[in-house]
Design a protein around this ligand. Sequence first.
Ligand SMILES: *Cc1c(COP(=O)(O)O)cnc(C)c1O
Length: 382
Amino acid sequence: MIGKIDQEVDGRLSGDRIRPLVRPHLLDINPYVPGRPAAEVMREFGLTNVVKLASNENPAGPSPKAVAAITQMLPDLHLYPDGAAYDIRGAIARHTGLSSDHVFVGNGSDEVIKLIMETFLEPEDEVLTPFPSFMSYALSAAMVNATLVQVPLTADFQYNLDEVLAHITARTKLIVLCTPNNPTGTWLTHTAVDAFMSAVPADVIVVIDEAYLEYVDSPDVLDSLQFVRERRAVISLRTFSKMYGLAGLRLGYALADPAIIRFLHQVRLPFNVNAVAQVGCEAALADEAHVVRSRAMNAAGREQYYTGLTRLGIPYIPTQGNFLLARVGDGQAVFEALQRRGVIVRAGFAGLSPYIRISIGTQAQNESCLAALAALQSLSLF
Ligand SMILES: *Cc1c(COP(=O)(O)O)cnc(C)c1O
């Protein structure tokens, strides 16, 4: 391979020469586009104050206990992390009432999603996902060249689990449910998932992405671990990136029967979770006060948006996450206009062009966002 590249006559490579070397199924993948960093938007528009409400980050910041534990371990950075992640898996096991053998950690749940697909999906296999939902499922499925079958949510973004069941074929290996669902904020009840689980064939694995679980305060809350304890083919995915305020550390985890977990180890890198993340997340897990504060801040922020958007006559989708969809007409145009006013939200989700997704921030950040929306409205921009 190196030899072939070296033979380029003029010593330069062109994309045309490299393209045929790439595995064909990778050519059409559009890489993930994250929310825009505040610093980038400040530079572009010459702003000094930017509110980023684009990536569902915790506006309360990380747990102070996590920060303290990380500071203490920094002199040990010359050491490799514990490849088995013994302590953090033990802490998660105690937190969830499962055993360490039920816990698999990854470099964010994004990595865990990819590893699950690499473990189970052959090119001809099908994975069912909701639509619209989190981009990672489609991306990871594309990377392993599996067939993505997107099952639409209802018009008001609710799950239709009968519809999901109806899409199961002999090729279906994985079903992904995301609840609360990103980017819609809609959620599944335990009763609904329980009935669904009884109808799913035994040889199909159900992945339940619960990145926003800690924010849920609705009745009949999903207890996905019941299915794990019942030894069903279920993988629950959780993360330290949202409620725990540690998105920059990168640690997400899977909870599942050890019979499933053991095969995920076949595809992971030896040190996939760094030492700082292992220490910081263990401390964060022990800081219940930070979770309680963050949950209360988010619950208040939700009400603030419900009230503020209602006053502006902007329809929204009730949410159980730390973000919500607002129907503004032309999502992309309003996204750009808000950005010029120093408020970064998200738009451009497939199937959601009339909407923007707003992450719930501090009271002051939410106020800025609502004020910017009001200003755009008074300029008749929507
Ligand atoms: C944010 C998010 C994740 C978390 O990703 P990490 O890689 O753990 O930061 C996973 N699933 C969904 C649906 C999300 O919105």
